[in-house]
Design a protein around this ligand. Structure first.
Ligand code: AMP
Length: 282
C-alpha cells in the first residue's frame, strides 16, 4: 500500500489505474479507523480492482465550537488496518493543499440539508459536498463507498452526483455496531467508561421504536415520545434531535408508512453521537 500526499501524484496514479482498464473504488474517511470504515474498504476491495482510501479531517465541515482541534488521529494504526483490509493507496492530502489561500468556491445541495444534522450543524453539508466533489475530481473513482451510519450524508452525496452529472457510482454499507449495539464511531473514543454505558441509549431507543412499529404503532409522535423517555433516563444524555422522517426528503412524518427513517443525535457528555434505522409497517 502506497501513501500519497500530493494531489497531483494522486491524480496521476488514479489515471494510470484507469488507463490500464482497472476499476477504481474510493472510500473517503476522516481517520481513527474502525470496523465501520473497514467494512466499506473491504466492500471496495471485493468490488473494484484498486482501492483508494482517503484520510482527511475536513475543516470545512466543522463548526466553530466543534471538535476539529481534538478530532482523534491514529495514523500508524490506520495504516496497518488499511493494509490488512487490502487497500492499495492511502491518500493523505494536506489541508493547505485542499484549501489553499484564496480558496473561494463551495458547492451545496439545497432542500435536504436543512433538516437533522444540517439543522444542528449549519455549514456542515456544504463542507462535506465541497470536499467530496474535490476528492472525486482528484481520485476519479468508478465507485465511492459511504456508510448508512450517516444516512443524510449518503443521500446528500447521491443528490450531488445526480445533479452535477458526476461519473461515479455511489455504493453504501450498513451500520457496523459494537457487540452491545453502540454504532461504531471515531468519536466513541472521547467517551469515558460511564459515558460509554450511557451511549447505549441511542441504539436502545432505536430498538424500542422498531419493536413498537413491528407491533403496529403508526404514530410518529408516540415513537418520538418513547425514544425521548429512554434517552432522558440517562444522566449524561442531551437530545439534539429525535426524528421520524421520510428517508429521502427528511421531512418529519405524522404516521409511519411503509418506510420511515428514525434518526437520532444525542450529546453524551460533550460528545455528539448519531444513529439511525429504517422501519416500516407491513
Ligand atoms: P468518517 O470518518 O466518520 O467521516 O466516516 C467515513 C465513512 O465511514 C462515512 O461514509 C461513514 O458513513 C462511514 N462510517 C462511519 N461509521 C460507520 C459505521 N459504524 N458503520 C458503517 N459505516 C460507517
Amino acid at each position: 500500500m502506497k501513501t500519497v500526499c500530493s494531489l497531483q501524484k494522486m491524480r496521476d496514479l488514479s489515471r494510470e489505474v484507469r488507463r490500464s482498464g482497472r476499476t477504481l473504488g474510493f472510500v473517503p474517511t476522516m481517520g481513527a479507523l474502525h470496523e465501520g470504515h473497514l467494512s466499506l474498504v473491504r466492500q471496495s476491495v471485493a468490488a473494484c480492482d484498486f482501492t483508494v482510501v482517503s484520510i482527511f479531517v475536513n475543516p470545512a465541515q466543522f463548526g466553530e465550537n466543534e471538535d476539529l482541534a481534538v478530532y482523534p488521529e491514529d495514523l500508524e494504526n490506520d495504516r496497518q488496518k488499511l493494509l490488512s483490509a487490502g487497500a492499495d493507496i492511502l491518500f493523505l492530502p494536506a489541508a493547505a493543499d485542499i484549501y489553499p489561500p484564496g480558496f473561494k468556491t463551495h458547492v451545496s445541495v439545497s432542500g435536504i440539508t436543512g433538516q437533522l444534522c444540517g439543522k444542528s450543524r449549519p455549514g456542515f453539508f456544504r463542507g462535506v459536498t465541497t470536499v467530496v466533489l474535490k476528492l472525486f475530481h482528484l481520485v476519479e473513482p468508478d465507485t465511492a463507498f459511504f456508510g448508512e451510519k450517516d444516512r443524510q450524508q449518503l443521500e446528500v452525496v447521491k443528490t450531488l452526483v445526480r445533479d452535477l452529472n458526476l461519473d461515479v457510482t455511489i455504493a453504501s454499507g450498513p451500520i457496523v455496531r459494537e457487540a452491545d449495539g453502540l454504532a461504531m464511531s471515531s468519536r466513541n473514543r472521547y467517551l469515558s467508561a460511564t459515558e460509554r454505558a450511557s451511549a447505549l441509549c441511542l441504539s436502545q431507543a432505536l430498538s424500542a421504536a422498531r419493536k413498537r412499529v413491528d407491533a403496529g404503532e403508526g404514530s410518529a409522535d408516540n415513537l418520538r415520545r418513547e425514544m425521548r423517555g429512554i434517552i432522558e433516563m440517562e444522566k449524561f444524555a442531551e437530545v439534539d434531535y429525535i426524528s421520524v422522517c421520510d428517508p429521502r426528503s427528511f421531512e418529519e412524518l405524522e404516521e409511519v408508512g411503509r418506510e420511515a427513517l428514525i434518526a437520532l443525535a444525542v450529546k453524551i457528555g460533550g460528545t455528539r453521537l448519531i444513529d439511525n434505522c429504517i422501519v416500516g409497517r407491513k
